[in-house]
Structure formats: C-alpha cells, structure tokens
Design a protein around this ligand. Structure first.
Ligand SMILES: Cc1cc2nc3c(=O)[nH]c(=O)nc-3n(C[C@H](O)[C@H](O)[C@H](O)COP(=O)(O)OP(=O)(O)OC[C@H]3O[C@@H](n4cnc5c(N)ncnc54)[C@H](O)[C@@H]3O)c2cc1C
Length: 338
C-alpha cells in the first residue's frame, strides 16, 4: 500500500500529462455495473506511455492490472488498492496493412473490429460483432461465439512482458489459444498491445447479413437488457452450463440484486443494486446445487477480483487472472525487441 502511494506520486511527477484518475468507481467500467473504487486508473495515450507507467510501477515492485471493456470481470464493492491501466480509451489504432491483414491495438472493441472487416470486404470476424469486449480482453479469453473464435483469425500478437520490460511478438501457435483460454491467461505478466488479424476476402453485403443474423440470435437468447458479465460459468466438458443450471431448478433464482437470468440460465444478471457479494453468493449456491444435482463442477468463466472470494468449497479453486511481476516462466517464442 505504501509502495502504491509512492508509485502514484512518482507517476504524477514523471508523467504530468498522463490522465490518472484516483479512487475511480469501478462500477462505471464494468458491464455488471458493480464495484467500488480502484485507487488509481491510468489512461495511457499510447504504448510508450503505457510502458513508462509499467516501468515506474516495477521500481516499486508493483504491476498494473490491465482493463479492457470490463465485460468479463466482477469487481468487489470494497474497491481495490491497485493501479489499473485502461486500454479502451486511447490504445485504439486500427488499419489495413499493405498485404490486406488488419492491424489493431488492444483497446479496439471487437464490434468495431468486426465492422471494420466488413467495410473492407473481409470475412471471418462476423462471430465477434456482438461480443462486447476489447481485442486485448478477447485475446486473453480467446473470445468466441457461434462456431468462431479469435484463434481462427489472429496471425500474431505483440505483448509487453512485465517482468522483463520487453516486447515480444507471439505467433498464433505461441498464443496457445484454447476454449476460453490462451497463453496470456496461464502466464500472467503479458500486456497485450496489438494484434494482426488475417481474414478472407468476402462480399460486404453477405458479411453484414451474417453479422445481423448472429446479433439477432444473440438478442433473442441472451439477457442483453440487464447488466451482466456474459456467461457466468465455462462450458463443462460434455455438458452445457445453462442446461445443468436449469435442470437443477435454478433459472430465475435470486440472491439480493443478483439473479440467474430468466432468459438464459448461463447468465447471472444484476436486476438492480446487486452487490459483488450477491453475485458471489449466487454463484457459490449455483455451484453447490448443480454439483449435488449432477455431480458436475462448474468453473466460473468471468474473472472474480477481490480479497474474499472463495468458491473452492464445491470444486477447484477459481482461476484469478492477475498479472504478477515475478512470474518465473519467460514468454516463449518471438524475439525480444526492447
Ligand atoms: C452480454 C455479454 C455477452 C458476452 N458474450 C460473449 C461471447 O459470446 N463470447 C465470449 O467469448 N465472451 C463473451 N462475453 C465475455 C467478454 O465480452 C469477453 O470475455 C471479452 O473478451 C472480454 O473483453 P474485455 O475487454 O471486456 O476484457 P475485461 O473484462 O476488461 O478483462 C478480462 C481479462 O482480460 C485482461 N485484459 C484485458 N485487456 C488486456 C490486455 N490488453 N492485456 C492483458 N490483459 C488484458 C484483464 O486484465 C482481465 O483479466 C460476453 C460478455 C457480456 C457482458
């Protein structure tokens, strides 16, 4: 805590032009509309400014938490004594490369990326047009829908590796994308800066029609009118989380302001004034009942941040994806550039 205060002071001194919000309410940056204040939220203007913040933090043995669109996160009501770096405000460069591939920075939203592809007659990103996250968050989760996933279209990713303060370019293979996972998730310490996406030439009208069709399907099935963080649980092998939850009689089950969606049991929604504890208690209860009913352990898909979240009673520990400064494993693949 003392280190964090010193780091904030130094960042203010060394980077006077940086937008640095103090005690910023996280609810404003969460699709769940839940979360107390974070001690500091930095909005770097470009990659150089981002890396400078990371260097200054490292001098105090700290690492930032990187925030994309906040659509896969639950923040605690108590807030967090951390420094967050948000990518979606300024790290948003997006253009076509001479060979027809797309270059995008981490803060570009997946919907904007899909639209850009469509406008340039490039097919393959239609699945992403309704996913509310950023490219950076999408790379971490290997975001996907309706049979497509980022794995299919990403050629390479450039990341800033915090422990070494170096840039690496990872090929698609290096990224080790799997079902809602990636190398970045299993090896915290990588800040995704940008990616190159390779798509197929297609007809703009047909691509637009496909996007509309998928978005209509989404609207028909998902509770998009209520705040949530998307699917609450991962798809267990051989099952569907929503079906297991519904079979256990939990559709519509509510604790405080958190409810198992009446429209889609795979979503936990904020029906009004939900606290992070309501969501946590509900997820814990759902896990318990589903386990008793089917013997299947549900693992959260959303990332739960906070000191007192313990879902371990009914299955394996919840993965908490936090960037750590002292990750023992180095990034493999690609050459360090700086
Ligand atoms: C209504 C709704 C529908 C959804 N539908 C889908 C769907 O169909 N398919 C799907 O896959 N997901 C879906 N999601 C979940 C979510 O949109 C995705 O997981 C998305 O990829 C998260 O991106 P984000 O920018 O919001 O990440 P955030 O929630 O901001 O962050 C998620 C994680 O990624 C890390 N992160 C973010 N950016 C970076 C970066 N640049 N470098 C390093 N780490 C970073 C964060 O630290 C955090 O650990 C849905 C969510 C909602 C609310």
């Amino acid at each position: 805590m003392e280190n964090l205060e010193k780091a904030i002071e130094e960042i203010r001194r060394e980077m006077p032009g940086l937008k640095l919000l103090e005690n910023e309410p996280l609810a404003a940056h969460s699709s769940f509309r839940i979360g107390g204040p974070v001690r500091a939220l930095a909005v770097p203007s470009d990659v150089t400014s981002l890396s400078k913040i990371c260097c200054l933090l490292k001098e105090h043995e700290l690492a930032p938490f990187i925030l994309g669109n906040g659509t896969n996160l639950l923040f605690p009501d108590e807030g967090l004594q951390d420094l967050f770096i948000i990518s979606t405000e300024k790290l948003t460069k997006l253009f076509l490369l001479p060979d027809g591939a797309i270059y995008a920075e981490a803060g570009v939203s997946l919907s904007k990326l899909a639209l850009f592809a469509q406008q340039n007659g490039l097919a393959g990103l239609e699945f992403a047009s309704g996913i509310p996250g950023s490219l950076g968050g999408g790379c971490i989760m290997n975001a996907g829908a309706y049979g497509g996933e980022l794995k299919d279209v990403i050629e390479s990713v450039v990341c800033y590796y915090l422990p070494e303060q170096a840039l690496y370019e990872l090929t698609n293979e290096n990224c080790a994308f799997g079902y809602r996972t990636s190398y970045f998730q299993t090896h915290p310490g990588c800040v995704v800066l940008s990616a190159v996406l390779r798509l197929q030439p297609g007809d703009g009208e047909e691509i637009a029609a496909k996007m509309r069709e998928l978005n209509e399907k989404r609207r028909a099935k998902q509770p998009l009118d209520l705040p949530s963080a998307g699917s609450a649980f991962r798809r267990p092998e051989g099952h569907f989380a929503a079906a297991l939850i519904e079979e256990a009689g939990l559709k519509g089950y509510r604790i405080g302001g958190a409810q198992v969606s009446e429209k889609h049991a795979g979503f936990v929604v904020n029906v009004g004034g939900a606290s992070s504890h309501d969501v946590h208690d509900l997820m814990r209860y759902v896990r318990k009942v589903v386990y008793e009913h089917s013997g299947v352990v549900l693992e959260p898909e959303m990332i739960l941040l906070g000191p007192d979240y313990k879902l371990e009673d009914h299955g394996p520990a919840v993965p908490r994806h936090r960037i750590q400064i002292n990750d023992p494993e180095a990034v493999t693949g690609g050459d360090g550039e700086g």
